[in-house]
Design a protein around this ligand. Structure first.
Ligand SMILES: *Cc1c(COP(=O)(O)O)cnc(C)c1O
Length: 381
């Protein structure tokens, strides 16, 4: 059966990104964050590709993502769950050696009880609240936590002590980030003084890893950068200025392609597609492409999106439909059914980057990537 589009992942680009990350971060241990279906790249295709680049630590948000990683990852890769887990998930995680965050006393108790039942230790990362106000133990809870960790060494492995920054990608959060640093250091000190120390301390996501190198500790958790994107323009510009570079050293690994489904001649003076949002002033040649908002091509790209056909840029005409779009190819000429249409990626000299696609549709790279539906086939190239 012919799929209406395919997402291709470039192994050579990924190799280059991981080489850069390892060098740039001075060989600090890196966990590859693959939540959100590996930022839309597709966990089952992406994880083995990353392993081929020497990656052996993967972080996800919940148990079902962990399960997807577990199914394809090699036995010596570590999987860490940073967010949501119910009691059954905790049982599965402990039974399979999956590491997980603990940020409530309830989850800690469940971990201890379940580990005792299974006669297998729970490998936990204690998350500290430092000012993000999402998840994490308050400073006042640390003494009680330390007691539990000390008294339950038969069921718990205290693997990690961690936190998350609340917007390290933007300088406007400077004061808040600074407070978070102080809060985390204070927490580490409390654990040190009690002589209850984890194997791994970790705090930084991509933006923090670039901007706050004194907070790298034993491991950093890199999401967006491994896929070839920066957390935001400030981080990229700061990096380029600091290193006197013109171009990002990171390469996009994703491209998204479809093909022309049919061609349509439109006479002058007609409305095109649903409603009256586009009116033909001249006779036009349209290429109809079988990708729409149901496939993650946002409706807000109506009359503004750009795709590549025959190495040329061509605009989306009219509204994005659920399953297709119309592309104006009048000035390109010689477009035929089955010609390749690039929705994200390169053709010749031109590129539709997710960022420019993102700017056009007012979404961030993060959101746009993770919205690419799971149903689209991912192919390593
Ligand atoms: C998503 C996430 C990361 C990775 O963030 P990037 O900005 O993509 O590097 C790291 N840590 C936690 C807790 C996260 O939720």
């Amino acid at each position: 059966m012919k799929a209406s589009s395919v997402i291709k992942l470039d192994q050579a680009a990924l190799q280059s990104n991981w080489k850069f990350l390892k060098t740039y971060f001075n060989k600090t241990k890196i966990s590859a964050v693959v939540k959100g279906n590996a930022y839309g790249h597709g966990i089952s295709t992406y994880v083995p590709m990353a392993e081929a680049c020497g990656v052996n630590h993967f972080s996800v948000f919940n148990a079902s993502e962990a399960y997807e990683v577990y199914e394809v990852a090699s036995a010596n890769s570590t999987i860490m769950i940073m967010g949501s887990l119910d009691e059954q998930d905790i049982e599965w995680a402990i039974a399979n050696g999956i590491e997980f965050y603990v940020f409530t006393m309830e989850r800690l108790a469940t971990a201890i009880n379940t580990a005792a039942k299974l006669n297998k230790k729970a490998i936990v990362h204690i998350e500290i609240e430092t000012g993000m106000f999402r998840t994490g133990f308050e400073h006042a809870e640390i003494p009680e936590l330390i007691t539990h960790l000390k008294n339950n060494t038969d069921t718990l492995i205290f693997k990690g002590l961690c936190m998350h920054f609340a917007g390290a990608e933007s300088i406007v959060n400077y004061v808040r980030i600074k407070k978070q640093k102080i809060g985390f250091k204070k927490a580490i000190k409390a654990f040190k003084e009690a002589e209850v120390m984890p194997e791994t301390i970790h705090a930084c996501c991509s933006a923090a890893a670039v901007r706050i190198p004194d907070m790298h500790y034993d491991m950093i958790r890199i999401g967006i950068m491994q896929y070839g994107f920066w957390s935001g323009p400030e981080v990229l510009i700061e990096y380029l200025n600091k290193h006197n570079l013109e171009e990002s050293p990171l390469k996009r690994i994703i491209s998204w392609e479809s093909t022309v489904m049919s061609m349509k001649e439109v006479p002058p003076g007609e409305f095109i597609g649903y409603g009256t949002s586009f009116f033909s002033h001249q006779s036009m040649q349209l290429a109809i492409v079988p990708v729409g908002y149901a496939h993650g091509f946002s409706r807000s790209l109506s009359n503004t999106g750009i795709v590549l056909i025959n190495g040329r840029r061509a605009p989306v005409i009219g509204t994005v439909n659920m399953n297709c779009i119309a592309i104006d190819v009048t000035s390109i000429g010689d477009v035929k059914i089955n010609d390749t249409v690039t929705l994200i990626g390169m053709q010749g000299e031109h590129e539709v980057s997710v960022a420019s696609f993102g700017e056009m549709s007012n979404q961030l790279n993060y959101e746009l990537l993770t919205r690419l539906p799971k149903g689209i086939e991912r192919k390593m190239v």
